[in-house]
Ligand binder design. Structure first.
Ligand code: ZN
Length: 78
């Protein structure tokens, strides 16, 4: 199995390509945007656990906007 580190996919077309270097993948995303106007996305491998953990931590905050879903008013919303 090749040493793949990132998979670039595009939700607007069937573009899908794997890269060993993140820099190359990033460059390819920019090229695709230039060529087609599509916003391709990349999925990182290997670093998955760390990235997911960081994402979870980033999504948790103590601001009121983030805790509204737990308020009685929100739950009583019909
Ligand atoms: Zn595309």
């Amino acid at each position: 199995m090749p040493d793949e580190r990132a998979t670039v996919t595009c939700p607007d077309c069937d573009f899908r390509e794997t890269f060993e270097r993140l820099r190359t993948a990033r460059s390819r995303i920019e090229d695709h945007r230039t060529e087609t106007g599509h916003e391709a996305e990349w999925e990182l491998h290997r670093l998955d656990s760390g990235v997911e953990r960081a994402g979870d931590e980033a999504g948790v905050c103590g601001r009121p906007e983030c805790t509204d879903e737990d308020s009685p008013l929100f739950r009583d919303d019909l």
